[in-house]
Design a protein around this ligand. Sequence first.
Ligand code: NAP
Length: 292
Amino acid sequence: GGVGLGIGGGVVSARVLDGKLVAALVKDEVRARTQALAARGVTVGLAVVLVGDDPASAVYVKAKTKDARECGIDATDHRLPADTSQAGLLALVAKLGADPRVHGILVQLPLPRHFDTDAIIAAIPPHKDVDGLHPENLGRVAQGKPRFTACTPAGCMRLLAHGGVTVAGASAVVLGRSVLVGKPMALLLANADATVTLCHSKTRDLAERVAAADIVIAAVGRPELVRGAWIKPGAAVIDVGINRGADGKLIGDVEYAAAAERAAVITPVPGGVGPMTRACLLENTVRAAELA
Ligand code: NAP
């Protein structure tokens, strides 16, 4: 790893895994695959559904459709008012599910509170579930036979691979057990022959567990919960957390500068996992079209 000045003037010895750079590589691959499909007369289609007017969700949806178009994917967004009924959203999902031009369907989460989100996700045909959240796709990850893997954990695995991190035989600690990130992350690491510990808010000895880990994946949503001093020298640290600091800046779940003095590789926030999540959605979408 290179030595340089870290945030706050501390010495960073870790190699910084640049998510933007790796995401650009993934997008190049996706573009080549959409072009190959186009040569066979197939235009890859992605439908993004946004219900309500949450500003953060609107920003995400805009970014996803822009990324998709840059890769030759025909992305359309479908906006529904916040007071749309469960039946109304199910009807749109059914229509998109039956449309052969649509290879991938993404329903932006969180949905307004009156929706039964699990029922909406379950209504997406599993072969169009490019977010990888349908029970069948989660189950396939558990079986070690993934079709679509949830985008954030998939992006983390890709970053580890790019960073040359040896996963097989490594001891990995995942912080956070959400269906979106932590649980599929733990399964992917186990599938790749890591020995996995899945931690959460009831875990008693978090510091000791992190200190024993060759690979740390933090997906909690608590600013700098993971202290730099906990990190085992030479560990790989992937920070999924996105938190807004008191100064309005984005910070991760890891105390970055201090962790970077000990880790071998580390992801920054922003510019680490976030861009990879977006890129993996595109990869899932082109895969959906290839499998159709
Ligand atoms: P979530 O559904 O809120 O889950 C958070 C998890 O962290 C839960 O399992 C919770 O434990 C655990 N936790 C909370 N406090 C803890 C503590 N003090 N010690 C140990 N574990 C604790 O969040 P999520 O959707 O998984 O997202 C996690 C973070 O990643 C958020 O900051 C989110 O913004 C970010 N994120 C980033 C991306 C990206 O692309 N970079 C994508 C998705 C999410 P319990 O289960 O016991 O409650």
